[in-house]
Ligand binder design. Structure first.
Ligand code: SF4
Length: 445
């Protein structure tokens, strides 16, 4: 058992968990490989948030069943939220292909679990209220950006969401451990930190809250930008808004999930805020941090969502004018409270509502981006554009994607640009400063 292929599905928390697993495996003398064909073991780090995500993994397992015909000793494992969600049901259901099921709190022992799975089908699905992996160093993918998980689990129990069941109860890492992780990431050459948590702003280690963590990170040399995702509106404190406004390295962008523009639906979702409260928050945020970009998540077709509720979502999105939004059809997930509620919106109607909402948001996002034309921006260059060596790409402080001519400026550089054109997704720009020959930092990883 030497070579492991790790494939990640789902959210950024899973990407960070895969980096954690990669660190655990490498410290145990195992090597990560790029293809299943080169591997002794494959691990799928999975997502359970929507049925579609689970179906993709089931399809992938079918491919590994085929690979096992020519590699009968191949160990196949499923990790992450789907493993926890389906628990021991998964092993017998997929017994021809699956050897290991490991939930999000079982990664510390992954090398031993893999060895055990070589002899007997193995499941490690206990949730551990204390496990934070705070002492384990992840093996980060190269790039400008380091993901740092500050908190695991969730106590919010939104009625549509499996996360509290798959990732367990909320617990925060000690701030001292996190600052040590940030300093180490800086020493490795990463210049942007993204803090991760299911409700990242409810972070509290007993002595320090999330505002304290941002202020402390702002002082770490070598780190030029700080971001975080995703905050919960109910935990967005004045202390946090003040820290964002006052810390120069904390970027003026917030992804603040709304989910619905109807108070009745928000209540049925157990989102714990009203539209009026969310809107007041948005106003305070925009007053404290002028030009902040605000993005959101919305769900259409939640059980009970009437035409009027949907229209309320559409109307609020026109009023709030989010810079962009991730828009989803409601997907009923076993184990959740909403799963027990009869669906009232047909798949066809969910699809129609989603299309209408996407069209409206495209229009608003396009108008936001058009307003950037002629303005100057600071871009953190991330590298050469995929498929076009004549272009560089990077992000503005507001997390807008920018494309600029490749003048040899290396990834990790901050570049002044003027925006010359825009689409819904991308800003096009010309450089205002001379080409840099050295990055501010070396590229981490
Ligand atoms: S806040 Fe709600 S949607 Fe987010 S992870 Fe927790 S339960 Fe799920």
């Amino acid at each position: 058992m030497k070579r492991v292929f790790l494939e990640t599905y789902g959210c950024q928390m899973n990407v960070a968990d895969s980096e954690l697993m990669a660190g655990v495996l490498e410290r145990a003398g195992m090597e990560l490989v790029d293809t299943p064909a080169d591997a002794d073991a494959v691990i799928l780090n999975t997502c359970a948030i929507r049925e579609h995500a689970e179906l993709r993994v089931i399809g992938r397992l079918g491919e590994f069943a085929h690979l096992k015909l020519s590699k009968p000793d191949l160990i196949v494992g499923v990790a992450g939220c789907m493993a926890q969600h389906l628990r021991s049901k998964l092993l017998p259901k997929k017994k021809r292909v699956l050897d290991l099921v490991v939930g999000p709190d079982g990664y510390r022992d992954l090398p031993n679990l893999l060895r055990q799975a070589a002899n007997v089908p193995t499941a490690e699905i206990r949730l551990d209220r204390d496990e934070t992996y705070g002492d384990l160093e992840p093996k980060r993918a190269p790039g400008v950006r380091a993901w740092v998980t500050v908190q695991r689990g969730c106590d919010k129990f939104c009625t549509y969401c499996v996360v509290p069941y798959t990732r367990g109860r909320e617990r925060s890492l000690p701030m001292a451990d996190l600052i040590r992780q940030v300093e180490h990431a800086s020493e490795q050459g990463f210049c942007e930190i993204v803090f991760l948590g299911q409700t990242v702003n409810s972070y509290h280690d007993g002595d320090h809250d999330f505002a304290d963590l941002l202020r402390a990170t702002n002082e770490v040399p070598g780190i030029v930008r700080i971001r975080y995702t995703s905050p919960h509106p109910s935990d967005l404190s004045e202390r946090l808004i003040a820290a964002m406004a006052e810390c120069e390295k904390v970027m003026p962008h917030m992804h603040l999930p709304l989910q619905s523009g109807s108070d009745a639906v928000l209540s049925a979702m157990n989102r714990t805020y009203s539209i009026a409260e969310y809107d007041a928050l948005l106003s305070r945020l925009r007053a404290a941090i002028p030009h902040i970009a605000v993005t959101t998540d919305m769900i259409v077709g939640f059980p009970g969502e009437s035409d009027a509720d949907f229209e309320a979502s559409m109307a609020y999105m026109r009023q709030a004018r989010f810079d962009s939004a991730f828009l989803f059809k409601y997907s009923a997930r076993p184990d959740t409270r909403a799963y027990k509620t009869a669906e009232t919106v047909s798949e066809e109607e969910k699809g129609r509502r989603l299309t209408v909402m996407i069209d409206q948001q495209h229009q608003i996002s396009g108008e936001h981006n058009d307003a950037w034309v002629g303005r100057e921006a600071e871009v953190l260059i991330e590298g050469i554009s995929h498929g076009d060596e004549s272009q560089l790409h990077g992000k503005t402080r507001e997390f807008k994607t920018v494309v600029v001519a490749n003048d040899g400026t290396p990834a990790g550089s901050l570049k002044r640009v003027r925006v010359t054109g825009a689409t819904t997704m991308t800003l096009f720009a010309e450089a205002l400063d001379a080409p840099r020959r050295e990055a501010l930092v070396t590229i981490g990883g």
